[in-house]
Design a binder for this molecule. Structure first.
Ligand code: PLP
Length: 392
């Protein structure tokens, strides 16, 4: 039976021929829904996860990304999300945090994470912040509050503090709490939290994993059991990553090691150069011996790798001077993201930490003159030359 033109237009070219060879890169499957020759198989796909049925319940390109992240993080599985924030939201919701079994979170988390935790848990009293690099305070908080979960970042934003994840995880587990680590700044190339028993690893793939400033996405890497629960939750949360974004992220992952290596080398040189500048009051970089967590970074991270983020404080600068400095940059782009191949500079008081309000921001040690540089893979001489001309 030959169909008419409009039917052909709708259906022709929809059968994927079995390729004779193996494609060397993954395919993008944008299909939202799936058919089966036998409807019993569709039922199994819908209700028993025995195949694809509807894109909110999972789809092949997303599964490839999930496999890749699980492999890199060393976890059994991973679940992709539409953004880093939705990944964090999923991880928090799955942890079943209640006023009786609250969450203890690092005070210095990313601004939107701080806001999300407050929105979800502050009113019910299920939220306690702690200075995560103060071991006595962390021990006391876990003992006192008996939390269900401890939430922290491998390298905090923007002060680049590094908590003692192995010690915190041991203490949390001894008190029946799980540990949720946002590993966005470190990436599994520098550090795999799972190697120290962390239960749930979260990424904003928007940053280093994607790496090119063209994807918004997130992922939670964890055990098969937790991943199963997250997928069920995702059916109703619906914060799914799209297939094109998954594909772009996969493509970005291919060069994660190369990019991170270059960014770490560049960042150390930039930090060392900044230290010698009279206009700079303070340089924060875990690779500098004067960083308070330098020794811990050396123990935990890949040898001689301290990340691509450098924060520094312009001497005696208020907002107007910081703006003037930022507007003078030519190569480094003043933009609210990080982890890209491009160097990006952000003013936390204006963007990531604006919602905290000035008082809380200052309390957290994020001064009016503090800026955060995400060092890219450009030639480091050009990055330094740009900083030099802007500072002059
Ligand atoms: N976690 C960290 C450490 C971040 O820096 C960010 C964003 O800057 C997020 C999570 C949120 O990720 P997204 O913007 O992809 O939602």
């Amino acid at each position: 039976m030959t169909n008419h033109f409009s039917t052909q237009a709708v259906h022709a070219g929809n059968e994927l021929p079995a390729p004779a060879g193996h494609p060397v890169s993954p395919a993008i499957y944008p299909a939202v829904t799936y058919t089966y020759d036998h409807l019993a198989n569709l039922s199994a796909a819908l209700h028993e996860n025995a195949g694809y049925s509807y894109a909110r319940y999972g789809s092949p390109t997303i599964a490839l990304l999930e496999q890749a992240v699980a492999t890199l993080e060393g976890t059994q599985e991973a679940v992709a999300y539409a953004s880093g924030m939705s990944a964090l939201h999923g991880a928090f919701a799955q942890a079943n945090i209640t006023p009786d079994r609250p969450v203890v979170a690092a005070r210095n988390v990313y601004g939107a994470t701080y806001t999300l935790l407050n929105q979800l848990y502050a009113a019910s009293g299920a939220l306690h912040f702690v200075e995560i690099t103060d071991w006595d305070a962390v021990q006391a908080a876990i003992e006192q509050y008996q939390p269900r979960a401890v939430v922290l970042e491998t390298i905090s934003n923007p002060l680049l503090k590094i908590p003692d994840i192995p010690a915190i995880t041991r203490w949390a587990h001894a008190h029946a709490a799980i540990v949720i680590v946002d590993n966005t700044f470190a990436t599994p190339y520098l550090y795999r939290p799972i190697d120290h028993g962390v239960d749930v690893v979260v990424h904003s793939v928007t940053k280093y994993l994607g790496g090119h400033g063209d994807v918004l996405g997130g992922v939670v890497a964890t055990t098969a059991q937790r991943a199963h629960e997250l997928r069920l939750q995702q059916r109703s949360f619906g914060a799914n990553l799209g297939p094109f974004e998954a594909w772009l992220t996969l493509r970005g992952l291919r060069t994660l090691a190369l990019r991170m290596r270059e960014q770490c080398v560049n960042a150390l040189q930039v930090a060392q150069w900044l230290q010698g500048q009279p206009a700079i009051a303070r340089v924060i970089y875990p690779g500098l011996p004067d960083h308070p967590n330098h020794d811990l970074a050396q123990q935990l991270f890949r040898a001689n790798h301290f990340g691509g983020m450098v924060s520094f404080e312009l001497r005696d600068a208020a907002e107007s001077e910081v703006f003037r400095f930022m507007e003078k940059l030519r190569l480094i782009q003043a933009a609210t993201s990080l982890g890209d191949i491009y160097s990006l500079l952000l003013y936390p008081a204006q963007s990531s930490h604006h919602a905290l309000g000035r008082e809380e921001r200052l309390r957290q040690g994020i001064g009016d003159g503090l800026v955060r540089l995400s060092v890219g893979i450009e030639d480091v001489r050009d990055i330094i030359a740009d900083l030099e001309q802007a500072l002059s």
